[in-house]
Design a protein around this ligand. Structure first.
Ligand code: 13P
Length: 283
């Protein structure tokens, strides 16, 4: 069943857990995620990022309505989220398709401009009655394509979010949840994540809204538990699920494509299940 992030956050808050937001760029991604969520009987989030389209991995017109339809048909609550939207027309296209949640990412903008544009994005979210996530601080390595990581600045503290600024941002914009930078990076890790757990807590307390962890795959289960205990309620997860799918097909030979696609899906399903169990305290 299709739900907004609001319902998902209520579940996460009540149970002191985080919900995985898994990026999808093909049918097998969606199947693997929904099969796991149904097996564990938990809510989940499927997300499509504007960067997937810019990197020619998949386009919204092709996958958007499939995501919404499969979410509607699922036996568990599923939120369909537009991830890292950088322009309002593009975001609105997803909302017209029935997406129930959106992220406006103005983190590359100067602070005041990020506030100004996020306020406009909040108006759009309210018009469609969906939840909105925004971002402050900067995340390194936005490489959601097949090129792997291009940089790793996980320990560059100048990029981390500032609690006072985060509080001001939430007060001025009225966003429902906030993506913050505290030591994870998008893409494949070339050095250990350098997570500042105390900062996560400070950000959650200062803002009073759920904190979103981007660059969520490739982090140890021990670190997941710690960030969740300190206020993370949504964990964005893609690269390591995608790598698992790649590994699942690279060490076998197949006669037909559908057999290869099935093997890839199964390998991703195992990776997703392990992450979901950890996020939801079912491990
Ligand atoms: P990873 O690909 O590093 O798991 O990050 C996903 C993400 O943050 C999407 O917004």
């Amino acid at each position: 069943m299709l739900v907004t992030l609001k319902e998902i956050y209520e579940y996460a808050e009540k149970n002191n857990v985080a919900i995985g937001a898994f990026n999808v760029v093909n049918f097998e991604n969606i199947q693997a995620i929904l099969e796991c969520a149904e097996e564990l009987n938990v809510p989940t989030i499927i997300a499509f990022a504007q960067t997937h389209e810019e990197n020619n991995v998949m386009d919204l017109d092709t996958i958007g309505e499939v995501m919404v339809l499969m979410a509607k048909n699922a036996k568990v609550p599923v939120c369909v989220h537009l991830d890292h939207g950088v322009n309002l027309d593009y975001i609105e296209k997803s909302l017209k398709m029935g997406f129930t949640s959106m992220m406006f990412d103005g983190s590359a903008l100067p602070y005041e401009e990020n506030v100004r544009q996020t306020i406009e994005a909040v108006k759009l979210a309210r018009k469609y009655n969906v939840t909105i996530e925004a971002e402050i601080g900067k995340m390194a390595g936005i490489t959601l394509n097949n090129d792997g990581v291009t940089e790793n600045r996980a320990s560059d503290r100048s990029m981390y979010s500032d609690p006072a600024e985060a509080k001001d941002f939430v007060e001025k914009t009225g966003v429902d949840c906030l993506a913050c930078s505290f030591g994870t990076v998008h893409g494949e890790y070339t050095a250990e994540p350098n997570i500042d757990f105390e900062l996560v807590k400070e950000l959650a307390e200062a803002t009073g809204v759920p904190i979103v962890m981007h660059g969520g795959s490739g982090v140890s289960h021990e670190d997941y538990k710690k960030v969740i205990a300190n206020g993370v309620r949504k964990i964005n997860y893609f690269t390591y699920m995608d790598l698992a799918g790649g590994k699942g097909v690279s060490n076998q030979t197949f006669k037909t494509f559908h057999e290869a696609a099935f093997a890839g899906k199964e390998a991703m399903r195992k990776d997703i299940e392990s992450a979901m169990r950890c996020f939801l305290n079912k491990d």
